[in-house]
Design a protein around this ligand. Structure first.
Ligand code: OGA
Ligand code: NI
Length: 305
């Protein structure tokens, strides 16, 4: 059943599919969206107090990220907030890039915010682990393959709240809510509000590229397979190009990016190669790949200091 769902219906055409009945309460999802809205509605000077740090935790203002620098005149028309797994300063992992303590808005201003986001982070990680087990089965691996310590045993799992301005995108003029990109890790779980905006391009080499909308589906996750999975599976599973177009209305979405531990070496799985189908990518350390991608697409926030 799982195998049918993942490889025959969902992921061979594009690396995007919906997951329903995932176990996270609809009411709770609504709460996460309303807390997110509360944060983005704060005055800019309040938000800037929580500006993202070098561990990638905190607030990212408009244009901070430019997902497709070659085709955008400036950064994405969105602001965001990154929340990772809480790693306190005295834990040895806190020395590593991307592991560290989170930044939180003051409880005086947003009393329920931290609790809500921590709970959502935890629940989304559980859903991601379940999906990773389906993926493992579909790839002919042990069901717990991705649960290993260097993979989702010690993952980089980043919750990112997003708020797109009402600005209408102009693809011909390089103005996008979010520029075309693939996600970098294993999978991303995306929850959106009811506004259209997300588009995918199934064949990135087609000229011209054909973009289609992914309709919002209340309560569902839009799951999207990332570059690491493409490399692991030797392109059996594809990471699919996607972007966000603004349509004049503001839009909120919540992305949950799941990446293996950064020490993980991602290399073609034995079940995905043969003499006729040799590995298409060399092994790569997750940290090297992700850090480079991150540098290519984010502004240097030290310029705000
Ligand atoms: C992303 C992304 C889509 C959306 O943050 O990587 O693709 O709908 N977001 O916000
Ligand atoms: Ni994305």
């Amino acid at each position: 059943m799982c195998r049918i769902f993942l490889d025959e219906i969902a992921c061979l055409d594009s690396g995007f599919f919906y997951v329903i009945n995932h176990g996270i309460d609809k009411e709770f999802m609504d709460e996460v969206f309303s807390e997110s809205k509360r944060f983005f509605n704060l005055p800019e000077q309040e938000k800037m107090k929580l500006l993202k740090n070098e561990k990638s935790r905190g607030y990212t203002p408009l244009f901070d990220e430019n997902l497709n620098p070659a085709n955008q005149i400036h950064g994405d028309y969105k602001e965001g907030y990154y929340i990772g797994i809480e790693v306190s300063e005295d834990q040895s992992d806190a020395q590593k890039p991307f592991y560290g303590p989170n930044k939180w808005p003051s409880e005086d201003i947003l009393p329920r915010w931290r609790k809500t986001m921590e709970k959502y982070h935890q629940e989304a990680l559980e859903v991601s682990r379940s999906i990773s087990r389906l993926i493992a089965l579909a790839l002919g691996l042990d069901i717990n393959f991705f649960d290993q310590p260097e993979m989702l045993g010690n993952p980089i799992a980043t919750l990112r709240l997003l708020h797109y301005e009402g600005r209408t995108s102009e693809p011909a003029n390089g103005i996008f809510g979010a520029g075309a990109h693939t996600d970098y890790g294993l999978i991303t779980l995306l929850a959106t509000d009811d506004n259209y905006g997300l588009q995918i391009c199934k064949d990135k080499d087609a000229k011209p590229q054909i973009w289609e909308y992914v309709p919002p589906l209340k309560g569902a996750f839009i799951v999207n397979l990332g570059d690491m999975l493409e490399r692991w599976s030797n392109c059996f599973f594809r990471s699919t190009l996607h972007r966000v177009l603004g349509n004049g209305q503001e839009r909120f979405s919540i992305a949950f990016f799941v990446e293996p531990s950064h020490e993980c070496i991602v290399e073609c799985l034995p079940t995905c190669q043969s003499e006729k189908n040799p590995p298409k990518f060399p092994p790569i350390k997750c940290e090297d790949y992700i850090s480079q991608k991150y540098k290519d697409t984010h502004a240097d926030l030290s310029s705000y200091a």
